[in-house]
Design a protein around this ligand. Structure first.
Ligand SMILES: Cc1cc2nc3c(=O)[nH]c(=O)nc-3n(C[C@H](O)[C@H](O)[C@H](O)COP(=O)(O)O)c2cc1C
Length: 205
């Protein structure tokens, strides 16, 4: 192997974005629903996303700024302190991708694209019916990162909604769920071969 070494301090924002997005793959996609103060629903996907705690369960999503302003999702989370993460799958990823277009703040992607929404049980933002897992979140913490172009929003999951076709009451069947993952650039990936290994550590107490 021969390695090309690059010091991050010499990279432009664009170059750094391309490297980090190409290196950290595959990334799960959080298809986030929020509402603004008037109750208008906003939908958008985010793949700088993962779970960061299990007790209580917490998710973190990094939302970049757009032209120096907050994206609608970030603005709504800051205003209402609530959001819902809907899991993106092979069956919904084409319309999920459409919701990444830059709709004006006064237009709901759900209305524009005809997406069916279902009320949440605890938070105000609704759930996206096309998704098999919805996680209702309350904002826990906001962390501004680096040069201030990225902000991490950490939410506590206050309710899970799981489609009974993929959930047996204890475990989620990842194969049946068919999650879609984001790669670098315009690429997405499905699950490949599944490998089974003996679990070598104790589950959390
Ligand atoms: C699959 C996918 C993943 C994305 N991940 C992120 C992300 O992690 N952070 C981010 O700021 N934008 C991300 N985007 C771009 C946002 O979806 C896009 O800026 C969108 O217009 C934001 O919408 P909003 O203004 O309604 O919040 C992603 C787009 C796609 C298609």
């Amino acid at each position: 192997m021969s390695f090309i070494t690059i010091e991050s301090s010499k990279l432009s924002t664009q170059e750094a974005y391309k490297l980090i997005c190409g290196a950290v793959v595959p990334r799960p996609v959080a298809w986030i629903s929020t509402v603004n103060k008037k109750g208008l629903v906003n939908l958008a996907p985010f793949s700088s996303f993962n779970y960061v705690a299990h007790s209580p369960p917490m998710l973190a999503v990094n939302i970049g700024s757009r032209g120096g302003s907050l994206k609608d999702t970030a603005s709504n989370i800051v205003q209402t302190k609530e959001f819902v993460v809907n899991v993106a799958t092979v069956d919904n990823f084409e319309i999920m991708h459409q919701t990444s277009a830059e709709y004006p703040s006064n237009i709901s992607e759900a209305d524009a694209l005809g997406l069916v929404l279902i009320p949440s049980s605890i938070v105000a933002p609704p759930r996206i019916k096309l998704s098999p897992i919805h996680m209702e979140c309350r904002l826990e913490k906001v962390i501004s990162l680096g040069k201030g172009l990225n902000t991490l929003y950490i939410g506590e999951v206050v309710a899970f909604h799981l489609d009974s076709d993929i959930f047996d009451g204890v475990y989620i069947d990842s194969v049946k769920m068919k999650p879609i993952a984001r790669l670098g650039g315009p690429f997405y990936a499905e699950l490949g071969k599944i490998h089974k290994m003996e679990v070598l550590q104790q589950p959390p107490a």
